[in-house]
Design a protein around this ligand. Structure first.
Ligand code: GDP
Ligand code: MN
Length: 397
């Protein structure tokens, strides 16, 4: 689950990470009130107005703007709220902005002593370890830094048994070229950031930029945070931060009926049991010249009700030109699954207008094929993987 910048910063602040302070606003009046309140609290009269959408690169798309007085706060908030923000990370249509973060300006005017760093905490899957990735070259274009000057990207791996050790935090501060107060501030920043990551069951905390102010404070100016969906049951206060408006509507519906569904760009819908088989099926579709329209793991029970729910979800995607059902029948026998497919198909009346290829393997596979072949429905049955791939190719041609 992804969070908005303001929510990520809330979590950071609760673990003692210093942040650029801000208040969320939904319209220009709230924005002006927020700016006034921030001025009272922080003394700054300049503010940045930041679009809150689940996408990076907002600065480049015109979603982050500096306001030097309340009039500008009002006009910029009015301009940004309601706009479709297009950034290098959104689709061409962009994302609708429902709210902005009105934040204190932390780049003191005329000040050349500020520095922008990059820092993220994430899981290094190859090493099975959490790592901190950081660079003295933060700001907007970290991808370019990684591309052109990869030696300026550092990583620090963390032993799960010990957690982040003090010498590691010092090494990071040293590699960022800091000394004195800023050095101490950075070690504190890093250890609080790591604690926030660990105790929120996050999969990513990306802070770009981390700012060093001219008076040697280290603070998070941006926050991109993803939390592990599978841990949300024990993080109720974070689970409530979910903003469904930012998520793919088909995925939201699939989650509501308990299906593991990920929307993709292709034209062949997949209905599979087991995540591993689902991945293999997507490969199979590619090899047959198609592109998977989704990842869908129906889980252990592939009965008629479940198959029907899956059909409905897959068919919401208008790009789907064919559906490949690839199910391994172990405890759930293939003939039961086949009957489930037939029943679901019939239940749906004429909702299914695309060819269906069904490959069932496992207990009673031959019997299942008979059920499908004798159903009188536009269902192509297959027992072998290759057969299924050939049929996909055939119906796409
Ligand atoms: P992103 O473009 O989506 O990554 O959004 P960021 O929160 O990183 O903001 C983009 C850029 O806006 C940053 O790299 C900063 O250079 C700039 N910015 C952010 N906060 C301030 C601020 O308080 N004052 C000024 N002048 N610029 C800021
Ligand atoms: Mn950023």
């Amino acid at each position: 689950m992804n969070l908005h910048e303001y929510q990520g910063k809330e979590i950071l602040a609760s673990f003692g990470v210093r942040i650029q302070r801000g208040i969320v606003a939904h319209n220009k009046k709230e924005a002006v009130d927020a700016a006034k309140q921030l001025t009272q609290e922080t003394g700054t009269s300049w503010h940045v107005i930041k679009a809150q959408v689940h996408a990076g690169g907002r600065g480049k798309g015109g979603g982050v703007k500096l306001a030097k007085n309340l009039k500008e706060v009002e006009s910029i908030a009015e301009e940004i709220i309601g706009m479709n923000l297009v950034t290098p990370q959104t689709s061409a249509e962009g994302k609708k902005v429902h709210q902005v973060l009105v934040a204190e300006d932390v780049y003191y005017p005329g000040d050349s002593d500020t520095e922008e760093y990059y820092m993220s905490v994430l899981l290094n899957r190859a090493e099975s370890r959490v790592m901190i990735m950081y660079s003295p070259e933060g700001g907007m274009d970290i991808e370019e830094v990684a591309d052109k000057t990869p030696h300026l990207i550092f990583t620090e791996e963390i032993d799960p048994a010990t957690g982040l050790l003090p010498f590691q935090a010092r090494k990071i501060a040293f590699n960022l070229g800091l000394s004195g107060t800023a050095f101490k501030e950075m070690t504190r920043f890093v250890s609080s950031l790591y604690k926030a990551y660990e105790q929120s069951d996050a999969s990513l905390f990306e802070i770009n930029p981390v700012l060093k102010t001219s008076d040697d404070k280290i603070l998070a100016v941006d926050a991109k945070v993803s939390l592990d969906d599978n841990a949300l049951f024990r993080r109720k206060q974070y689970a409530e931060m979910r903003d469904l408006r930012e998520e793919n509507p088909i995925e939201v519906e699939a989650r509501a009926v308990g299906l593991n569904y990920v929307d993709l760009d292709g034209n062949v819908g997949c209905m599979v049991n087991g995540a591993g088989l689902a991945m293999a099926t997507m490969d199979l579709i590619k090899m047959a010249g198609g592109e998977p329209a989704n990842f869908l793991d129906v889980g252990g029970t592939a009965d008629a009700k479940r198959v029907e729910e899956a059909f409905r979800i897959i068919l919401k995607d208008a790009n789907v030109k064919a559906i490949l059902i690839n199910i391994f029948g172990g405890i759930v026998r293939c003939d039961r699954v086949a009957q489930g497919v037939v029943d679901a198909y019939k239940n749906m009346g004429d909702a299914i207008k695309v060819p269906i290829i069904v490959r069932l393997q496992g207990t009673n596979a031959e019997l299942a094929k008979e059920i499908l072949d004798n159903s009188g429905l536009a269902v192509h049955s297959a027992v072998q993987f290759q057969e299924a791939a050939d049929k996909v190719k055939e119906v796409l041609a």
